[in-house]
Design a protein around this ligand. Structure first.
Ligand SMILES: NC(=O)c1ccc[n+]([C@@H]2O[C@H](COP(=O)([O-])OP(=O)(O)OC[C@H]3O[C@@H](n4cnc5c(N)ncnc54)[C@H](OP(=O)(O)O)[C@@H]3O)[C@@H](O)[C@H]2O)c1
Length: 359
C-alpha cells in the first residue's frame, strides 16, 4: 500500500516539480491536490493555463504527467486530512503558516516555505546532512499535541551552502563564511515572479529577507540536537544574495575560514569521503553522486550542471587556497533550487523520514 499524499500549491514553480518528482513513486501516491481559490474546481491541465492568453504555464521539461492532467484541483478547505498519510506544501510563507499548522495537527507536513523554520521545536532538514535532527520532530509532536508535524526544508540558497559546508565544518572547523549568490529567476516563483523587464541583461543585487535566512539557517542545520533543542553551530555567515538572468539553479561563490589547515586536495578528498557514507544512499530520489567536484576551473556552470542526476547533485569547483585567512579555502558551488533545493529534495526528505518511521 502506497502512502496517500497531497500537494498544496500544486500549480506553482515548486508544485509542478512535485508533480514530476512523485510520478510513479514507489512509496507515495498523489491522491489530492490543492492551490488557491483561483485554481480550485478546475482540472489540473486547465488550472495551469493562463485564462487570458490560454498559454499553458508548464515550466518543467517534458510532458505533463498523465496521472495529474485530469485530477481536480481543490481549495485547501476541501482537502481531506483523514484520507492522507502525508502533505507536501509549496506555498508562500504567509499562507503556509495557517495551512501547515492546520494539517500538521493530523498528518505529517513537509514544507518548502519558511513559515515554521525558525521555531525552537522545528528542525530544518537536509537529507544526508543533518538527519539526526529529525528526532526533534518527536519533541514537536509532544509540545504541540499534534499527530503530525511540520518538517521544513531550508531556503534554496541555504541548501547548497549547508551541503558544501558540512564536511568542512566537521573536519576543518569552518568558522567564518563569506558568500555571494547568483540566484536563478525560478527561485522567485511563478506569480508574480521576477519581471523579464527587470532581470534581462541585468543583475539585481538584493533579494528581500534572503540573506538573513541563509545566515540563521546554516548555523541551525550544522548545529547539534541536545536535550530537545538545536544548539546552532558556532559559525558566522555573511552573504550577498543576487538575482541573475539564469532560469534554474543557484550558483554561489564561497570563502571559508577554518580552524585547521585545509587545501584543495584535502577538501576534495573530504567531499568524496563524505559522499561515500551518505545516509540517503539507495533511497528512490537520492542521486548516485551527492557531490560532484570538478578540477576544471570553468565549472560549475548552471547550463552544464542542472541536469546532472536530475538536479540532485551539488556541484563544487574552483576549490583554491586563499591568503585572506590563516587557514581557509574558496570555492564555487551549484545547487538546483527546484530539485534538491525544494520539490525533489522534499520528496527525498519524506523518504528519509519514512525510513526512520516518522511517517
Ligand atoms: N521557487 C523555488 O525555487 C523555491 C525553492 C525553495 C523554496 N521555495 C518556497 O516554496 C514556496 C512556493 O514557491 P513557488 O516558487 O512554487 O511559488 P509560486 O510559483 O508562486 O506558486 C505558489 C503556489 O501556491 C498557491 N497558492 C497561493 N496562495 C495560496 C493559498 N492561499 N492557498 C493555497 N494555495 C495557494 C498557488 O496557486 P495558484 O496557481 O492557484 O495561485 C501556487 O500553486 C514558497 O514558500 C517559496 O519560498 C521556492
Amino acid at each position: 500500500m502506497k502512502k496517500r499524499v497531497a500537494i498544496i500549491g500544486v500549480t506553482g514553480s515548486v508544485g509542478q516539480e512535485f508533480v514530476v518528482s512523485l510520478k510513479d513513486h514507489p512509496w507515495f501516491e498523489v491522491t489530492q491536490i490543492a492551490a488557491s481559490e483561483k485554481s480550485a474546481g478546475k482540472k489540473y491541465i486547465d488550472a495551469i493555463k493562463d485564462p487570458a492568453s490560454e498559454i499553458t504555464k508548464w515550466q518543467v521539461g517534458g510532458q505533463i504527467p498523465e496521472y495529474i492532467k485530469n485530477m481536480m484541483v481543490r481549495s485547501v478547505n476541501e482537502i481531506k486530512a483523514d484520507e492522507l498519510d502525508l502533505v507536501f506544501t509549496s506555498i508562500e510563507s504567509g499562507a503556509a503558516r495557517e495551512i501547515e499548522e492546520r494539517f500538521a495537527k493530523d498528518v505529517p507536513v513537509i514544507s518548502t516555505s519558511s513559515a515554521f523554520r525558525y521555531e525552537e521545536d522545528v528542525p530544518i532538514l537536509i537529507p544526508g546532512i543533518n538527519d539526526e535532527q529529525a528526532d526533534l520532530i518527536d519533541t514537536q509532536r509532544k509540545n504541540r499535541k499534534w499527530k503530525g508535524f511540520v518538517a521544513p526544508l531550508p531556503n534554496c540558497t541555504t541548501t547548497g551552502l549547508a551541503i558544501t559546508m558540512k564536511p568542512l565544518y566537521e573536519k576543518y572547523g569552518a568558522k567564518r563564511v563569506l558568500m555571494t549568490s547568483m540566484q536563478a529567476i525560478s527561485g522567485a516563483g511563478r506569480e508574480p515572479g521576477v519581471s523579464a523587464m527587470d532581470v534581462t541583461d541585468n543583475i539585481i543585487p538584493y533579494i528581500p529577507k534572503e540573506e538573513q535566512k541563509v545566515m540563521i539557517e546554516t548555523a541551525k542545520i550544522l548545529g547539534k540536537l541536545k536535550d530537545g533543542k538545536i544548539i546552532p553551530a558556532d559559525i558566522k555567515v555573511s552573504c550577498t544574495c543576487t538575482r541573475v538572468p539564469v532560469l534554474d539553479g543557484h550558483t554561489e561563490s564561497v570563502f571559508v575560514e577554518t580552524s585547521k589547515p585545509i587545501d584543495p586536495k584535502t577538501a576534495k578528498a573530504s567531499y568524496e569521503k563524505y559522499s561515500k557514507k551518505i545516509s540517503v544512499t539507495g533511497l528512490p530520489s537520492a542521486p548516485p553522486d551527492y557531490y560532484a567536484v570538478h578540477d576544471d576551473p570553468t565549472r560549475p556552470q548552471p547550463r552544464l550542471e542542472r541536469e546532472v542526476n536530475d538536479g540532485m547533485t551539488t556541484t563544487i569547483g574552483r576549490l583554491e587556497t586563499i591568503d585572506l585567512f590563516d587557514n581557509g579555502i574558496k570555492y564555487v558551488l551549484f545547487s538546483h533550487n527546484k530539485k534538491m533545493g525544494s520539490a525533489k529534495g522534499a520528496v527525498l526528505l519524506a523518504e528519509m523520514l519514512y525510513k526512520k518511521g516518522k511517517i
